[in-house]
Design a binder for this molecule. Structure first.
Ligand code: ADP
Ligand code: ZN
Length: 764
């Protein structure tokens, strides 16, 4: 312990190249280097493993993490010193081991993975005090009693006059009544005024400033609040989860139950059981679309009397800092977040929940490619805690793990409150074709009309954003394709553009065909949600309709707003993309029409059937969640397809069994291991050359099969030509070790990137 009266050594003290043997430490930098670098440790001894430090690198200084002891034999004097240790808690050991594990598994340099854990650079700076405002008690309102008005408004003659109260000022004062301190920007946002109004009120003495620690604000969850009275089935499931959480040790559980069976209430009991384990006990809940979790947050708040911390890409730097530090210090007890929340520095993590575990968005597809659901299990194993995966339609991988007994399997078979599962029927489009230029078949139109008459709500599901997926010239047949991607340009009428949904390219929809110059010859082919909305407006002009899609104008707020309006039945017909499938509970929604049930089955990827089944079940699950029974109509051209047949007959077991059998026979996951190698380059020839060399140099190992190279389904993406190899390995083989050796031997080529995707989900 340093004598507090002696001033601390200046920072450059660390920098002195001492000739006494200084200790060296390994420091991992958030860069794609092969591993950590050695630096001389400061004599203060605070560069402990996990410490966040500044180190010199090639003439600049960057932030890194002490990863462990350095090599003993490093020649002193040659090695650069750690410049400073930042005032933040060290990265916990569990997080460091997790980063190393993910790096090894995904074949990424550890520094690239570390970068995902360092997305809150502000967190490493000392706390910054912010200024907040509260109501100045003496000045408030007309009922000031005997209190003297603030001096700023007291004229010389001593006559008290109140400052002028504009509507904006009145609004702010009303808002602040009984409100805890808020910053000027928070007040401005809530009151819908400018920050100048707040500052003006402060200058007038009607608001008072108070310092607000940046660390403030993680009210502890109230564990004394009772949960909902659980049904016997729920109670039993909750009891099992509680036992697992209390079991102290790693244990994965699959909580499976039909949509609306009350899984959320059940796992909130597991959350409660984890939180009571310690003052700083923490829980992480991973959810697919964080923008859509409003309803979930409200339920959480009802159960625990407070909001959890949120973690996702939409946070500001200051919010990141607050959550990161709160998590690292054990003050943020529950975090609900997107997959990146797995890389937070939890002080005392007790439980991870992966809600909608089958959801494709848990797979990160660029940068470090990883499956967050699987990595959640890894993190739980490293921390020695429970992990609960929740789904109505679990992935085949998870089901296989449950069947093998590696995961405990807890099921809820009935909908909560006895709500019946919706009745699902197929509309064979070969026999019930829609009218020309329309997309709704007569039976679906009739069902919609009846539904409207009953004063109930309907959802039309079409997983296609925009107006039309393809535009062509009637005159010359020219089709609008993205110049950077193997994709059609999608017509978006709302803003008059043609857009590529892969690279984001937008162009104004031209008047004449760029190929033949003919005017007004462009026609839209096929429907998107905007076009479907046109048909709905034409057929049901009196119905209140809204499009719910991820690219909605107004962003996440507008989206949350619309979802709330749908919940209140202010919309009669919702037209939605896959975003509507996720977790929403709309009490009056009784009819779901799937406009093109076959859409997800095109493209022929390994998981097309499984994914289609999950998505359509999820969509169907929106219908009839309360007293009124639900009905689902699927428009399909292939009613005999196993996915359609299984949905209509509620025969999930048979469908899954057939899928499992197919995969078992072919050795596909979960019965074998799979990796994709994507070779990409701006030059088609270079990509091809490297891909072919990789295929030629593939190791000849029994049980290893290399397929390809073949052009990837998206053969051109963002201007890069892409070739794909698929590597299938029997379970016993060490796929990573094989790939590492093989790729190292094959070597690189200028301008050609080889991306490794372990356990690929999408085959684009
Ligand atoms: P799931 O997550 O399985 O789809 P939810 O947890 O969303 O199901 O539950 C469906 C609906 O039933 C929700 O509105 C929820 O609030 C309600 N619910 C679930 N369990 C209970 C309970 N024990 N008491 C009262 N309402 C419940
Ligand atoms: Zn594109």
């Amino acid at each position: 312990m340093q004598d507090p009266l002696v001033p601390p050594p200046p920072r450059w003290h660390f920098g002195r190249m001492s000739d006494v043997a200084a200790k060296t430490m390994k420091v991992l930098l958030p860069l794609p280097l092969a591993g950590p670098l050695d630096y001389a440790a400061p004599e203060t001894g605070d560069a402990v493993p996990g410490a966040v430090v500044r180190v010199p690198l090639g003439g600049r200084e960057i932030t890194g993490i002490v990863w462990g002891d350095g090599d003993a034999g490093m020649p002193q004097g040659k090695i650069k010193p750690i410049a400073s240790v930042l005032p933040v808690r060290p990265f916990p050991e569990g997080l460091r081991r997790f980063i190393d594990w993910v790096a090894a598994y995904t074949l990424n340099p550890p520094g690239r993975v570390l970068r995902m854990a360092m997305t809150a650079p502000d967190a490493f700076a000392p706390p910054r005090e912010r200024i907040a405002y509260i109501l100045e008690k003496r000045s408030h309102g007309p009922h000031m009693g005997g209190a003297s008005p603030p001096s700023a408004t007291t004229p010389r003659n001593g006559e008290a006059t109140l400052p002028r109260l504009t509507p904006a000022r009145q609004k702010v004062l009303a808002l602040m009544e009984g409100h805890p301190p808020m910053t000027a920007s928070e007040i401005a946002a809530e009151a819908g005024c400018g920050e100048a109004v707040v500052k003006g009120l402060a200058a007038a003495g009607m608001l008072t400033t108070v310092p607000l620690s940046a660390e403030a604000g993680f009210p502890a969850p109230d564990l004394a609040l009772p949960g909902l009275a659980l049904s016997p089935a729920q109670a039993e499931a909750a009891e099992t989860l509680r036992a697992v959480v209390e079991g102290k040790g790693f244990e994965p559980v699959l909580l499976e139950g039909v949509t609306g069976s009350g899984k959320t209430e059940v796992y909130l009991e597991a959350v409660a059981a984890a939180l009571v384990q310690g003052e700083k006990a923490q829980v992480l809940v991973l959810v697919p679309e964080i923008a859509l979790t409003r309803q979930w947050l409200d339920r959480f708040a009802r159960r625990f009397g407070t909001m959890p911390a949120e973690w996702h890409s939409g946070l500001t730097g200051a919010e990141r800092r607050r959550v990161w530090r709160g998590v690292s210090e054990g003050r943020a007890r529950v975090v609900v977040g997107a997959r990146s929340a797995l890389f937070l520095p939890f002080a005392d993590l007790k439980l991870i929940v992966v809600d909608e575990e089958h959801d494709a968005s848990f797979k990160q597809e660029d940068g470090v490619i990883y499956q967050a659901r699987d990595m959640a299990v890894v993190r739980a194993k490293i921390e020695g805690i429970a992990v609960v995966m929740v789904s109505a339609t679990p992935s085949l991988e998870t089901l296989a793990n449950a069947a093998d007994g590696r995961y405990r399997h807890v099921t809820l078979t009935d909908r909560h409150g006895g709500a019946a599962l919706p009745d699902i029927s197929l509309i064979d489009m070969r026999f019930h074709p829609p009218e020309r230029g329309h997309w709704l078949s007569p039976p679906l139109v009739e069902a919609l009309a009846r539904n409207l008459d009953n004063g109930e709500q309907a959802l039309l599901f079409l997983n296609r954003r925009g107006y039309a997926p393809l535009t062509l010239c009637r005159h010359c047949g020219h089709r609008f394709q993205c110049p950077n991607c193997t994709a059609w340009m999608v017509d978006h009428r709302q803003d008059g553009t043609l857009q590529c949904h892969h690279c984001g390219l937008r162009v104004t929809r031209p008047k004449e065909c760029p190929a033949c110059g003919k005017e007004d010859a462009l026609v839209a082919c096929g429907p998107g949600v905007e076009r479907l909305a046109e048909e709905v407006a034409e057929r049901f002009p009196e119905a209140r309709q809204a499009i719910l899609s991820s690219d909605m104008a107004g962003g996440p707020h507008a989206l949350a707003d619309l979802i709330a309006r749908i919940g209140r039945h202010e919309i009669d017909i919702v037209i939605g993309t896959q975003i509507v499938a996720k977790g929403h509970h709309f009490p009056m929604l009784t009819l779901v029409g799937v406009v093109d049930a076959d859409l997800g089955l095109l493209g022929g990827d390994l998981r097309a059937g499984e994914k289609s089944f999950q998505l359509l079940s999820q969509v169907a699950g929106r219908a009839g969640r309360e007293e009124r029974p639900g009905r689902v109509l699927l428009q399909t051209f292939m009613p005999e397809h196993p996915v359609m047949a299984a949905l209509a007959a509620y025969d999930r077991e048979a469908f899954l069994a057939a899928q499992m059998e197919e995969r078992r026979e072919a050795g596909w996951p979960p019965f074998g291991r799979l990796a994709a190698l994507i070779v990409s380059s701006p030059h088609a020839g270079a990509a091809m050359k490297t891909a072919e060399r990789l295929a030629r140099t593939a190791p000849a190992i029994r049980g290893l099969h290399v397929l390809g190279p073949a052009p990837a389904p998206l053969a051109l993406l963002r201007g890069r030509h892409r070739m794909r190899l698929l590597v299938r390995a029997e379970k016993g083989l060490s796929l990573q070790a094989i790939l590492r050796q093989w790729l190292a031997k094959a070597g690189g080529e200028k301008g050609v990137a080889v991306t490794v995707d372990i356990d690929p989900q999408s085959f684009m």
